[in-house]
Ligand binder design. Structure first.
Ligand SMILES: [Zn+2]
Length: 164
């Protein structure tokens, strides 16, 4: 019996036992050898990298695990699937457009109170002034304090302008 390391045309590596080298050849020709992963019958013997220098100076266990590690790297790694870049950026563009729309809406309907935002928001919350839509600046700490007081604030989406 001969054990062959095989690989299919999809790059899957696997092993199989054959009675002889000619048995492998004839089974392969009759498409009886198939990849267990994808069932492809286009299989061929995997190219094995030669084992480098059998020096027994390093510990036997260490070299054994090194050997199996280098064997593993022989397995042809299928090339990584290409990232769907176009799709992602299309979604991103759409999202960006929606965010911009939302932001434009808020900005057009609300007063910009700038750094007075926390003060103004508080005044409204406690009824010192009339409710009106406002937006402005608040540090993360200020925003958290407002939320803790039960004042609903939400970050205005930031849209990078340079992309448009
Ligand atoms: Zn395969």
């Amino acid at each position: 019996m001969i054990r062959y390391a095989l690989r299919c045309d999809q790059g899957h590596a696997f092993e199989s036992w054959f009675r002889s080298s000619s048995a492998f050849d004839s089974q392969r020709k009759r498409k009886l050898v198939s990849c267990p992963t994808c069932n492809s019958v286009k299989v061929e013997k995997a190219l094995m990298a030669p084992r480098l220098g059998k020096n027994s100076r390093s510990g036997s266990e260490a070299s054994a695990s090194e050997a199996s590690a280098s064997e593993a790297t022989v397995a042809p790694g299928g090339e990584a699937a290409p990232e769907p870049v176009a799709l992602v950026s299309a979604q991103e563009r759409e999202l960006r457009a929606k965010l911009k729309e939302l932001r434009d809406l808020v900005v057009s309907k609300a007063d910009n109170v700038g750094p007075n935002f926390p003060t103004e928001a508080r005044k409204m919350h406690y009824g010192d002034i009339e409710h009106r839509p406002i937006y402005g600046e608040a540090s993360g700490e200020e925003a958290r304090a407002l939320i803790e007081e039960g004042i609903e604030v939400a970050p205005l989406p930031v849209v990078p302008d340079d992309r448009n």
